[in-house]
Write a protein that binds this ligand. Structure first.
Ligand code: SF4
Length: 277
């Protein structure tokens, strides 16, 4: 986990899965891939295997050890719903989020059909949890907009869109059932430009449909210089968050042990070290 994440719309990241494969144009300059591949072959580094998909069960218990409520971006370095992640593993990640419910989790995917299918069935228990926000990435019309329709079919309490990197004008968007919209441009070498009118169109639609709007950044090669001011101000709106009591540490250990007992085939014996430390 990384506390104090540099990502503007979250407090922390939690990566019980590492690595991913590209699926649509938004993946072209994937920051996670660039970061992970830098460490391929570096012995003992968490990304020794570069961006290859790996389950990281020793990370599963981490949320139980965080003693203050956080906004947690789940799998900032991966996509939980990619094919290579077994259903059982996705389920235990969801059970951790539902149990360590003093945090608010942001789960973002481009695999919106699997998200929908699992939340309608095996993950139904987690769909209704207000502390778990389920979201899809939307970068363009062709790949991004259908994901919104899939997300709308999810019986979730909080659904959100990460419209980043915004690659073209999205036109009219149906925001029915959507609780939060994040917009941002691509950053880094080779960043594809984002036009102001594309952003303004989304802001206008959010206002009209009463959806909180978060403007993350303009992006570009010089991201810091370009900043995140839109028409003279920043936009840092969020959906409302629930508040849950934080149990005693001993209770957290007991929760984690009980939770993982049913998934022993997937979890290493040392998985609970971080809860007890
Ligand atoms: S889905 Fe996300 S993590 Fe996976 S390659 Fe695309 S941008 Fe990277």
């Amino acid at each position: 986990m990384s506390v104090n994440s540099h990502i503007e719309w979250t407090d922390a990241t939690w990566n019980p899965v590492r690595g991913c494969t590209k699926i649509s144009p938004g993946c072209k300059h994937c920051y996670a891939e660039t970061f992970a591949e830098r460490f391929r072959g570096v012995k003992g580094h968490p990304y020794e295997q570069g961006f290859d998909l790996r389950l990281v069960p020793e990370k599963l218990a981490e949320p139980f050890s965080w003693r203050s409520p956080k906004l947690v971006f789940v799998n900032s370095m991966s996509d939980l719903f990619q094919d290579g992640v077994p259903d059982e593993y996705v389920e235990i990640v969801a059970r951790v989020m539902a149990t360590a419910n003093w945090h608010t989790y942001q789960v973002l995917t481009k695999r919106s059909e699997r998200l929908r299918d699992m939340l309608q069935t095996t993950l139904r228990f987690a769909a209704g949890e207000e502390n778990i926000w389920w979201g899809v990435s939307v970068e363009d019309r062709k790949y991004g907009l259908p994901r919104i329709d899939h997300l709308r079919q999810v019986p979730a309490k909080v659904r959100f869109l990460s419209i980043e990197p915004l690659l073209e004008d999205l036109g009219d968007i149906d925001l029915t059932g959507i609780a939060w919209v994040i917009v941002g441009g691509e950053s880094g070498p080779g960043a594809r430009p984002m036009k102001r009118e594309w952003v303004v169109s989304i802001r206008r639609q959010c206002r009209k449909q009463r959806v909180p709007f978060f403007f993350k950044q303009w992006g570009g090669v010089r991201k810091v210089k370009n900043g995140r001011v839109l028409d003279g101000r920043t936009y840092d709106e969020y959906p409302s968050r629930t508040v849950s009591a934080i149990p005693e540490k001993s209770q957290c250990v007991a929760f984690a042990e009980e939770l993982f007992r049913g998934f022993q085939n997937l979890i290493q014996p040392n998985s609970l070290v971080r809860v007890t430390s």
